[in-house]
Design a protein around this ligand. Structure first.
Ligand SMILES: Nc1ncnc2c1ncn2[C@@H]1O[C@H](COP(=O)(O)OP(=O)(O)O)[C@@H](O)[C@H]1O
Ligand SMILES: [Mg+2]
Length: 155
């Protein structure tokens, strides 16, 4: 795992939106994105923008999966799973939710990935969000494969 980009200043929501839209077409079936950061850091906003871009439906309802823990979407090329594991009490629940089976098959966007313990795929792309007094920030880390794949997005 090494630094791919950041900290990137996401000065307002339009910056998060633009980055999510740029990233969306580069994702493939089996990719996992781990979205970390405190409450209010901008994880769900980014996930929602990415899901809308990837489904091609700007009006797609993307409720926060705070209580359902997972929410899935049909999209070209791969199903998308949006997960919010804040309320997960035991990583074993991931099996009941079917997330273990979705990892490696769907595009998985996972908020609060620390709750997964060692079920988090080591080859995942990590997006660490932070809300600072001077604005929202994002740091991306991942392996060399991600670095190569994101080159066209990040320049
Ligand atoms: N880049 C940004 N700049 C300013 N505000 C943002 C940005 N990204 C998200 N927000 C806003 O911050 C608030 C919290 O975002 P949210 O995605 O719900 O956080 P989280 O899921 O991390 O708890 C929302 O009102 C959202 O619209
Ligand atoms: Mg959230």
């Amino acid at each position: 795992m090494s630094l791919i980009a950041g900290p990137i200043a996401l000065r307002d929501e339009s910056h998060s939106l633009a980055l999510a839209r740029a990233l969306a077409p580069h994702l493939r079936a089996g990719d996992t994105l781990l979205l970390s950061g405190q409450i209010g850091a901008g994880k769900s906003f980014f996930a929602r923008a990415l899901i809308r871009a990837r489904t091609g439906n700007p009006d797609e309802e993307v409720p926060s999966p705070t209580f359902t823990l997972v929410q899935s979407y049909e999209a070209p090329g791969a199903e998308i799973w949006h997960c919010d594991l804040y309320r997960l009490s035991d990583p074993f629940e991931l099996v009941e939710l079917g997330l273990d089976e979705a990892l490696g098959r769907a595009i998985c966007l996972i908020e609060w990935p620390d709750r997964m313990g060692d079920m988090a795929p080591p080859e995942a792309l990590s997006l660490a969000f932070e809300a600072r007094p001077d604005g929202h920030m994002l740091t991306m880390t991942g392996n060399a494969d991600w670095r190569a794949r994101l080159e066209p997005v990040l320049g």
